[in-house]
Structures are given as structure tokens and as C-alpha cells.
Design a protein around this ligand. Structure first.
Ligand SMILES: Cc1cc2nc3c(=O)[nH]c(=O)nc-3n(C[C@H](O)[C@H](O)[C@H](O)COP(=O)(O)OP(=O)(O)OC[C@H]3O[C@@H](n4cnc5c(N)ncnc54)[C@H](O)[C@@H]3O)c2cc1C
Length: 567
């Protein structure tokens, strides 16, 4: 069983501590119960109970201490494999619990990446004491444009510093023991990353920008004093630390999405399978079967892709930076697929999706958040388009990457180096994965890829189109589908996924590819050659009633009566 079921944890963990973390976290929420979970959500109650539990159990200290910062005998490891399991469980029970962990991850990232040993020792002590952390990058006026930071740091005559400026949308910034804050030097304009203390008198907590259980703060520093001991990075290193921290963090967004969708799926199928209309069970309606089947294979695809991306995160090095394509896709593609899954489920359960007691209304609201955090879908798409030429036309060889569930420490994530040179990164040949199966819908999808590749050669974007982000975003969606399919296929082998499920996945992929081909065709700037090629790419998936029925009966409907959260 690939999807998370808190009643039956099948995921392999390399040590007892990791397994304990997952089991204890599940037990905390199961004991809390759905009624209280939803009351807290509806009342926007700060999650003091969860933070107290996390502190008592040392959860964040275990999850967030890399080997280099671990104490003797601690067996510390920052293990992306374990991180995804934890993020998935937190998302399963509520995005707010995930978020306080997530922004702590972001807050501690620039600290672990720093060579400031005093700051690191302080962070380790505060982490062990059960504190939370925050990441102060965004500003009210500048959104994604972090070049324009107005957090101004002045170096004083005695060698100390003073900072003045505001930050906006900063999670945990009401309580965080260390708030990693990004700014610019007043004299040189060079970037700087320093640590602020949220309880300092010169740290003004202005407001919570949202109405939710989270505190997503606006804070202002006014002549905030600090010394070199609080400086994490100067100049380009500060810039690299900001982006590299987001590289570590944004991967978790996909896992929150997977957790949310899995819980919503259990609830939706139980509701529909136990509801009778016109003498029929709701799950007998043909359109309901189709909605659930699409939702199921989309969710399985999300998980297969994100798990495989973890293997590449863990195998990353300065010679193998393929994770820089796969990781933004977990952020952008998996989270938008999460929205799609919830849309499909909501179409089935209709009015039930608005009720205040079930989990679903929370999922429906929270799932929207993930594509918009840590760089919007557009920003991430603009990033990955840079990889397209090398991916399609200049593959290279790498040693095979196996499943990486051995529990190792991902030291490279805190030593990623400069963020430049994306266009030079090479990938292994996607055709290896695509040629490892012979299935009807996969064959149609391969034909679509061939036509897309042909278009890139015969009718590539003009100079004008290359500057038109609207045009590129749609082409980027098609490229994304090719990469998505590749990693799904690689992992289908590793997890021994049944071929009927794989073909059903590609039934959806063919339809999605056709949809984007039509969108590209319809772009104002598409030329005759591109339009002709787009029309060829619009294809129908292969109909096979036996396969479809078997996937429905043996996989989708099997999700019924498997899990419901205690009241
Ligand atoms: C609940 C919540 C929690 C958050 N937590 C934190 C946090 O803890 N720390 C933190 O630092 N930030 C945090 N953020 C901020 C978040 O990272 C920003 O929302 C995000 O960076 C985008 O900024 P924006 O929403 O202001 O959009 P804008 O930057 O105003 O973007 C407007 C539009 O322009 C598009 N756009 C912008 N730049 C580009 C580009 N280069 N290419 C293509 N399109 C582009 C966007 O996609 C968007 O459609 C949080 C936000 C929310 C909502």
C-alpha cells in the first residue's frame, strides 16, 4: 500500500527513533480527535498543545539536527527520506501543524549553512529546548522580488550593527527564538543574513497577517542592535543561503499536499460509498467512478514522483545537481496536482465539503496555500524552463540512483554552493525510463513527447516568444509532464506498481498533455508551424474497460473503510 494509512504504517524507517517520531505524532493527533482538531481550526487557535508535545518528545530537535551539529551519541541526521514522512503525517492532520515545522526548517536553514559556530551552537541549544524558528525573507512591498529588500543594516563605528526595516508573511515570527532575517547593507548594498530575537524590545511584532491557527507575522526592526555573533552570511553567501534554504524547504510543500489529499480521499470515499441516492450507491455512478479513479491515480502519481525526487535530493552533490529540477517540481507540480485531487473529490461529496465537523473543508481551504508559498507556481516554472534544452537534447550518464531509505545524513543540502549555472546541469536520458515499460497509454504519451520534441527543433519559440512568460508557462507545463512521467516510471519499478495502475496514470497524462497542447495552440503568438504540431499532440487515451474496472475495484474502491479519524 503506497498511500499513508495511520492504522498501518508500512513505510520503512532505518531506526527505531525515526519510527517512534512517526508513531508518536500519529498517536498525538488520533488522541486529540477530529472534533477538537476542527474546533481549533475553526477558532484559529494557536497550536500550543502540539508545540508542547513536540517539545516533550524532542521531535523538532531530532528532525532538524544534521549530523554535523549533533551531540555525541545523538545519531543526528537530516534525512530527506524521514523529512518527507514527517511532513506527510503533519499535512494529513492539518496544514497548520506542518507549517510551524516548515517555517522552523526554513529559519534554521541559513543558520546550519553558516560558518558562524556561535550562532550554530546557540541554535542547537534552543532547538533542544523545544523552541521554534522563523525565516524572514518576504517584505510587504516586494513579494517575489527579493532583490529589492528594504531591510537596511548599518555597520556602526564600534563594529556592531543596527537594522531597520519590515518583514511580512513570516511564520512563527511571534515566538521564534531565532528569526533568520535577510537584508542589505546600507553602505555597499551587499546582502546580509542575520539573526533577530522575536522577544527583543526593538523587535516590533505588528500583527498576524492571516486569520488562522498560524501566526504569519508582520514585524518591524527599528534600530535593532546586533553584533557579528548574530551575522550568518555576508554578500553573495547571504543570497545563496536564502535560495538554498528555500531549496531545502520547498520540497516539503509537496508532502503536505500529499498528506492532505490522502486524508481527504479516505473521508470522501467513505462518504460516497455509504450514501444511497435513487436506490443506488453514489460510487456506482459512472462519473463518480471516473472522478475517484482520476483522483486516486493523480494522488499515487504525486507520491511516486515526490518519493523518487527524495532519492535525487539525497544523492545530490556538486557534480549531480539534478535535484534542482525535480525539487521545484515537487513544489509546483505536486501541489497543483493536490488542488486537482481535492477538486475532483469535492465534485463527488458536494455539500459535505462545506460542513464544519469533517476534515474535508479544512483540506479544501489549505490545499490552495501550497502552490503559492516559497515562490509561486510561475516563479518555479520560470526556473525549470532553463533545464529544458539539456534535458531533451544533451543527456549524459550518471550512476543509477537507488531508493535512498538508509537513513543517511544529507550534508550536501547545507553546502549547496552557488545557485548559478542552472543551464549547465545535465540529466540522464528520460527515454531509459519511458522504454522500460510497454503499455498502451504510455505509448500514446511517448508519441506526444516525440511530437513536442520535434516542435522544439522545427518550430522553437521565436525571440519574442522566448520573452513571453505566458507562452513559456504553457510550454513549461508540457515539459513538466515529461519529467513527471519519467520519475513516476522510475519509481513504479522500485515500488513494483501494477501495470494496470501505471497505464491508468498515463491515461490521465495523455489527457493532460492534450489539454496543454490545445492551450499552446490557442496562445496569441503561436505560429502556423507550432499550431500544426500542437494539433498532432492532441490525442485520446486508450480505452480499456477491463483495465479501468480492475483499477476501480482492486485499488480505488479498496480505499473505502480503511481509515477514519476518531472523533
Ligand atoms: C500563509 C503564508 C505564509 C508565508 N510564510 C512565509 C515565511 O515564513 N517567510 C517568508 O519569507 N515568506 C513567507 N510567505 C511569503 C511567500 O513566500 C510569498 O507569498 C511569495 O514569495 C510570493 O509573493 P507574493 O504572494 O507577494 O506575490 P508577488 O510577488 O506579488 O507576485 C505577484 C504575481 O507575479 C508573479 N511573479 C512574480 N515574480 C515572478 C517571476 N520572476 N516570474 C514569473 N512570475 C512572477 C507571481 O507568480 C504572482 O502571480 C508566506 C506567504 C503566505 C501566504
Amino acid at each position: 500500500m503506497l498511500l499513508l494509512n495511520p492504522r498501518n504504517l508500512t513505510r520503512n524507517y532505518p531506526d527505531q527513533r525515526s519510527r517512534d517520531i512517526m508513531e508518536k505524532t500519529i498517536a498525538f493527533f488520533e488522541k486529540k480527535g477530529l472534533t477538537k482538531l476542527k474546533e481549533d481550526f475553526n477558532g484559529a487557535v494557536w497550536y500550543a498543545d502540539f508545540l508542547e508535545f513536540a517539545k516533550e518528545e524532542g521531535l523538532f530537535a531530532s528532525m532538524m539536527t544534521p549530523a554535523a551539529q549533533g551531540k555525541e551519541g545523538e545519531n543526528a541526521a537530516w534525512d530527506s527520506w524521514r523529512v518527507c514522512g514527517f511532513a506527510e503525517i503533519l499535512g494529513f492532520y492539518g496544514l497548520c501543524y506542518w507549517y510551524t515545522y516548515q517555517v522552523s526548517v526554513l529559519g534554521i536553514g541559513p543558520i546550519w549553512m553558516s560558518s558562524n559556530e556561535k550562532a550554530k551552537a546557540k541554535a542547537k541549544r534552543l532547538l533542544d529546548e523545544g523552541n521554534i524558528f522563523a525565516f524572514g525573507l518576504s517584505e510587504k512591498e516586494h513579494g517575489a522580488d527579493i532583490y529589492s529588500s528594504d531591510m537596511i543594516v548599518t555597520k556602526l563605528a564600534d563594529g556592531s550593527y543596527s537594522a531597520t526595516g519590515g518583514k511580512y508573511y513570516i511564520g512563527n515570527a511571534n515566538k521564534a527564538a531565532m528569526v533568520s532575517t535577510f537584508g542589505k547593507m546600507a553602505d555597499t548594498g551587499a546582502y546580509v543574513f542575520f539573526v533577530a530575537d522575536s522577544q527583543h524590545p526593538k523587535y516590533q511584532l505588528i500583527k498576524n497577517t492571516v486569520y488562522s491557527q498560524n501566526y504569519v507575522a508582520e514585524y518591524r526592526l527599528q534600530d535593532y542592535p546586533f553584533t557579528e555573533d548574530d551575522v550568518l552570511h555576508h554578500g553573495d553567501e547571504a543570497w545563496n543561503a536564502a535560495l538554498n534554504t528555500v531549496n531545502v524547504g520547498k520540497y516539503n510543500l509537496g508532502w503536505a499536499s500529499i498528506g492532505i489529499c490522502t486524508h481527504a480521499f479516505y473521508e470522501a470515499i467513505d462518504h460516497a460509498a455509504n450514501r444511497h441516492l435513487y436506490g443506488k450507491t453514489v460510487t456506482d455512478f459512472p462519473h463518480v467512478k471516473q472522478l475517484f479513479t482520476d483522483a486516486y491515480v493523480r494522488l499515487v502519481s504525486m507520491k511516486l514522483f515526490a518519493l523518487r525526487a527524495a532519492d535525487y535530493m539525497k544523492s545530490a552533490s556538486s557534480e549531480d545537481r539534478r535535484y534542482l529540477l525535480f525539487n521545484p517540481m515537487v513544489k509546483m507540480k505536486v501541489t497543483t496536482q493536490g488542488e486537482e485531487v481535492v477538486n475532483l473529490l469535492w465534485d463527488v461529496i458536494a455539500a459535505k465539503g462545506f460542513e464544519k465537523e469533517p476534515y474535508f473543508a479544512m483540506a479544501a481551504q489549505d490545499i490552495r496555500c501550497l502552490p503559492k508559498l516559497e515562490g509561486t507556481v510561475h516563479v518555479n516554472m520560470a526556473l525549470i524552463i532553463k533545464f529544458m534544452p539539456n534535458y531533451f537534447f544533451f543527456p549524459t550518464e550518471y550512476a543509477p540512483v537507488p531508493r535512498r531509505d538508509e537513513g543517511s545524513d544529507d550534508a550536501f543540502l547545507f553546502n549547496q554552493g552557488a545557485t548559478k549555472g542552472l543551464g549547465k546541469i545535465k540529466f540522464h536520458d528520460y527515454r531509459i525510463a519511458y522504454n522500460s515499460y510497454d503499455l498502451p497509454n504510455l505509448s500514446v504519451f511517448k508519441e506526444q513527447i516525440k511530437l513536442f520534441r520535434e516542435m522544439m527543433m522545427k518550430a522553437p519559440p521565436s525571440a519574442e516568444q522566448a520573452k513571453d512568460i505566458d507562452f513559456l508557462l504553457t510550454a513549461g507545463e508540457m515539459f513538466t509532464l515529461v519529467v513527471y512521467g519519467q520519475l513516476i516510471l522510475e519509481n513504479a519499478k522500485i515500488y513494483d506498481v501494477e501495470s494496470e495502475v501505471i497505464d491508468q496514470i498515463f491515461d490521465v497524462m495523455v489527457r493532460d498533455f492534450s489539454k496543454f497542447a490545445l492551450q499552446l495552440y490557442a496562445k496569441p503568438s503561436s505560429n502556423a508551424a507550432q499550431m500544426e504540431q500542437c494539433m498532432k499532440m492532441i490525442k485520446k487515451s486508450v480505452v480499456d474497460d477491463a483495465r479501468y474496472t480492475s483499477v476501480w475495484e482492486s485499488h480505488v474502491l479498496k480505499m473505502k473503510d480503511q481509515y477514519s479519524m476518531p472523533k
